[in-house]
Write a protein that binds this ligand. Structure first.
Ligand code: MRU
Length: 337
């Protein structure tokens, strides 16, 4: 994703792995639609596209502050769970009074901060994972997609797996397919293949058994919002994975930038969980998956309690929850300027 000739360019993630298509988003409505249909997705990527969206909103509103506020609201509310989106929209919008140039500069800074954060999470996360297994090659289990597609470069949990691979410490990645929209099957396997990293795909319902049979050394996941008490919202299925990991005695590590930590949300109970409606469950990957009139429950995320999480790795720190560390009392994300 980048700002290219007055527009935002993103890979259309709905087309992968079949086709690598770049979308040009020239209006706020384009950005909101791309977020809504998950053409662009993943918490850090949502923050960056939100920042660029503010630049589009500034241009579109042409000095009309009521229109600017309405467009900013559209951006912030495009998806509710990943805090990065609203945080970065607000952060970049602070520069609106200084003009378009200042807004774009701030959006580019958000992009650069996320890229730098990905690099640091990769090395810090790989160091921590290596320590968990006494430096031997390891099998990593992961859910959803947390690679470069979900960020700008690198990613979060998958960036750690990539770094382990680079160090010769990755036995393989076991990727969950991640129903209903199959981010694991469609995107994570695509990214792992491009890295040349060994991997196998499993159906979501195989995860608990694969963990219990001792095939996995560490579970690495991303996060969409981490509350002050370290309860963590991530892709639906993450909570079940954490329960199964705890039962199997496998460390469960969350990798996320500081921008995903929301100290204003006290616990997971207050994190808004997006419900994406029945269609994705009854008609995906194709019409007829279930009879069309079937009702469904489709929460896109769930909350994993802090006590099920071994540690949270950010670009700045490893918060070892299993050793009693907490998130609070630490500095918040770096201000833009
Ligand atoms: O619905 P999605 O695909 O946007 O959900 C994404 C996830 O749950 C990711 O794990 C999370 O955003 C972290 S991405 C580095």
């Amino acid at each position: 994703m980048d700002w290219v000739e007055d527009a935002v360019e993103v890979i259309d993630q709905t087309m992968l792995p079949g086709a690598l298509r770049v979308l040009r988003l020239t209006t706020v409505a384009d950005v909101v639609a791309a977020i809504d249909r998950l053409a662009v997705r993943g918490a850090p990527a949502l923050g960056v596209v939100g920042g660029f969206g503010v630049a589009l909103a500034h241009r579109e509103s042409a000095g009309d502050s009521a229109q600017l506020q309405a467009l900013l609201g559209d951006l912030e509310n495009a998806r509710p769970t990943a805090v990065n989106l609203s945080l970065m929209v607000r952060r970049v919008a602070e520069f609106a009074p200084q003009g378009f140039g200042a807004v774009l500069e701030a959006a580019l800074e958000v992009r650069d901060q996320e890229i730098a954060a990905s690099r640091k999470m990769a090395t810090r996360g790989a160091d921590f994972a290596a320590q968990l297994v006494d430096g031997r090659p390891m099998t990593v289990m992961t859910i959803c997609n947390t690679g470069a597609l979900a960020a700008v470069e690198g990613g979060t949990a998958l960036a750690v797996a990539e770094e382990l691979h680079r160090r010769g410490l990755l036995e393989e990645v076991v990727a969950l397919e991640t129903r209903p929209l199959l981010q694991g099957a469609r995107l994570t396997t695509w990214e792992l293949a491009r890295m040349g990293a060994p991997h196998r795909l499993i159906v979501d319902s195989a995860a608990a058994s694969v963990l219990a049979r001792g095939f996995v050394d560490v579970v690495l996941t991303g996060a969409d919002r981490i509350a002050a008490n370290a309860d963590t919202a991530n892709k639906i299925g993450t909570y079940g994975l954490a329960l199964a990991a705890a039962d199997a005695g496998v460390p469960f590590v969350v990798v996320a930038p500081e921008s995903t930590i929301d100290l204003g949300t006290t616990s997971g109970a207050s994190i808004p969980i997006e419900d994406r409606g029945a269609r994705e469950v009854v008609s995906y990957p194709r019409e007829g998956t279930a009879p069309p009139e079937t009702k469904a429950i489709n929460p896109a995320f769930d909350v994993t309690r802090a006590d099920l999480i071994t540690a949270i790795v950010t670009e700045r720190r490893v918060v070892n929850l299993s050793e009693g560390a907490t998130l609070t009392g630490e500095p918040e994300a770096t201000p833009l300027r």
